[in-house]
Design a protein around this ligand. Structure first.
Ligand code: CAA
Length: 273
């Protein structure tokens, strides 16, 4: 697994997000961890959600605080609507407001359709898709009141192409595209109605990022023979790195990205074009 060194952090550091508060679900490891570090490197205060592994969450806190960033960790099951609502409220309570929500938490339960159980279907949809809906619902209301905000949904190339063994995951990740575009339209409409959509307003934008195969624990579970087949389909001939996804997220969250909404940003080594 690739590691973001402090030196690399400093090299990409900036001030695009100074004063902003960001909540990243599943933010203590994998792509979420890289996103949290990258938002923090641009000056954001970062709240990271985690499911069960408190030890790892604490290690993440130590790591991010070492960079000088302000951060907090929030336990919750993204598959539970109640936990989603509580976590967002907790972040707003703790930091005073919320500017950025990154719906990153995701799970897989890979099986061919004919062998996929009802439980595997529902649990993946609950975390990957319904979780994003429930956190966004609370965050969006808060952002619309303030007239500014950023929601970024971490989807996947699998939502664009499908994949053997991933009917539940693919459906959840495709679902995020529909959720993203709908929330982007509704946010713009609500701002316009409230007279908050001016020439130079920061807007409330909602976008999706669709990573390809990235070096994370999730991809480590894929059988080697399958990874070899997949690698042949990547024009750039390697898996991606978490920080290569993270930089697109902080770009979308910047004030200067206020004219980008309802879009899907792919980071996949050219695998889908
Ligand atoms: N692409 C191409 N071929 C695949 C495949 C895939 N994704 N998944 C399985 N196959 C092929 C296998 O190579 C095998 O082919 P052969 O019979 O020619 O050898 C055949 O399908 C059956 O596969 P298994 O022998 O592995 O059968 P199984 O029943 O034991 O397991 C499976 C089936 C659970 C689907 C398993 O193959 C598997 O885990 N596949 C990988 C699924 C995958 O790609 N997951 C991605 C996880 S990472 C992620 O999701 C992050 C992201 O956003 C990209």
């Amino acid at each position: 697994m690739s590691v973001i060194t402090r030196q690399a952090q400093q090299e990409i550091a900036g001030e695009k997000l100074t004063g902003r508060v960001a909540f990243v679900t599943g933010g203590t490891r994998g792509i979420g961890r890289a996103i949290a570090l990258s938002l923090a490197s641009q000056g954001a205060t970062v709240a990271a959600g985690y499911g069960q592994n408190e030890e790892r969450a604490k290690a993440f806190m130590a790591e991010i605080e070492e960079t000088g960033a302000t951060a907090s960790i929030h336990q919750g099951n993204v598959g539970s609507a109640e936990d989603c609502r509580r976590s967002v409220a907790e972040v707003i309570d703790r930091h005073g407001h919320l500017d950025i929500l990154v719906n990153n938490a995701g799970i897989t339960a890979d099986r061919p359709v004919l062998k996929m159980s009802e439980e595997d279907w529902y649990k993946v949809l609950a975390v990957n898709l319904s979780g994003a809906f429930f956190t966004s619902k609370v965050a969006l209301e808060h952002m619309l009141e303030r007239g500014t905000g950023r929601i970024v949904n971490i989807s996947s190339i699998i939502g664009q192409t499908g994949n053997i063994g991933q009917a539940n995951y693919a459906a959840s990740k495709s679902g995020l595209f529909g959720l993203t575009m709908t929330m982007a339209r509704e946010a713009a409409h609500a701002l316009a109605k409230a007279g908050k959509l001016t020439e130079d307003s920061l807007n409330v934008t909602v976008n999706a990022v669709a990573p390809g195969f990235i070096e994370t624990e999730m991809v480590e579970t894929v059988p080697e023979k399958v990874i070899e087949k997949l690698r042949l389909q990547i024009p750039l001939s390697r898996l991606g790195r978490p920080e290569e996804v993270a930089r697109v997220v902080h770009f979308l969250c910047a004030d200067a990205s206020s004219y980008i909404t309802g879009q899907v940003w792919a980071v996949n080594g050219g695998m889908e074009m």
